[in-house]
Design a protein around this ligand. Structure first.
Ligand code: HEM
Ligand SMILES: N[C@@H](CC(=O)c1ccccc1NC=O)C(=O)O
Length: 279
């Protein structure tokens, strides 16, 4: 043993895990770290897989937080709801920063293994679709790539049966501004949220009376933050895609950059953006 080297045992650190739960046991690292299976010999395929695995893990946490944030919103527990939304914002910062790693992959690197991907594509990420559905961007046509996995289909279909986070925010908006539930618009369950002047008018009231409607004002700004982060993710994605495959069609079968540019126009919470021109 090296003289003078730090010895964890003399410091009291536990080092015998023959019959006690260790770090790896608790985290199931054997299972987690056995899931990276490059299909080619290309050096960069490991980067590509880990980039997607980490993204899917962060998406799992976004779903966990957004589901709980919606439950808190329904229960009127606003500080708890805001805390979870703030965390979702930080997760998006992480996801947005992560593109820096993938951007080190050049077209020459990617073409060494792109063929191995077959028709698979992020387009088929059910967690991504679930996040869109949770927030209120609900296109039932996007269920089709999941028809072959009944559990995933049910998960997405069940989400489409519940009011989205934005639907619940709108319910609180009408209840608070109107003083009752009479005019609350019916949730747009299985179609993308369409902007209405009635909703925008109430958000306008909130922004013009921030002292009176402080909680709704905070909620509105948290939603704008969230959409801002989401837009930055989409922009980072499409820009990375353009620098790596240019205008080739996607492995998922879409036009590729053309499709992703169209998605940049999605508005999750349109009234919150449009009201800004009226203030
Ligand atoms: C070099 C890297 C990447 C390329 C070339 C690429 C390319 C594409 C293309 C062309 C599409 C359109 C669908 C298709 O026809 O395939 C797409 C969709 C998608 N990709 Fe990627 N992608 C890359 C990295 C990533 C990463 C790291 C993620 C993280 C999870 C991701 C997630 C998605 C998602 C969620 C969609 C669906 C977007 C939507 O429907 O709005 N992609 N990608
Ligand atoms: N759609 C990409 C392939 C791709 O990026 C991908 C393939 C398998 C699993 C995840 C992927 N990431 C995002 O679409 C392409 O057309 O090159």
């Amino acid at each position: 043993m090296t003289e003078g080297a730090y010895n964890p045992e003399t410091d009291g650190a536990k080092t015998d895990f023959g019959s006690a739960m260790s770090y790896g046991d608790y985290l199931h690292l054997d299972a987690l770290l056995a899931q990276q299976h490059p299909l080619s010999d290309a050096h960069d395929e490991m980067l590509f897989i880990i980039q997607h695995h980490t993204s899917e893990l962060w998406m799992k946490l976004i779903i966990h937080e957004m589901t709980a944030a919606r439950a808190a919103l329904i229960a009127g527990q606003m500080p708890e709801c805001f805390k979870m939304l703030a965390r979702v914002g930080r997760i998006f910062e992480q996801l947005n920063q992560q593109w820096e790693v993938l951007r080190t992959m050049t077209p020459a690197d990617y073409t060494t293994f792109r063929e191995s991907l077959g028709p698979s594509s992020g387009f088929q990420s059910y967690q991504y679709r679930l996040i869109e559905y949770l927030l209120g961007n609900r296109n039932p046509n996007m269920l089709k790539p999941h028809a072959h996995v009944p559990e995933v289909s049910s998960l997405l279909t069940e989400e489409l049966a519940r009011p989205s986070f934005y639907d619940e925010a709108i319910r609180l908006l009408f209840r608070t501004v109107d003083g009752d539930e009479r005019n609350v618009p019916a949730p747009q369950l299985d179609s993308p949220h369409i902007s209405t002047p009635e909703i925008q008018d109430r958000w306008k009231t909130v922004y013009q009376n921030v002292d009176r409607y402080w909680t709704l004002y905070q909620l509105a700004e948290k939603l704008v933050d969230l959409e801002d982060y989401f837009r930055r993710w989409r922009f980072n994605h499409v820009t990375t895609v353009e620098r790596v495959i240019g205008f080739k069609r996607g492995t998922g079968g879409t036009s590729g950059v053309g499709y992703l540019r169209r998605m940049l126009e999605v508005e999750l919470f349109p009234e919150l953006w449009h009201v800004r021109g009226e203030l």
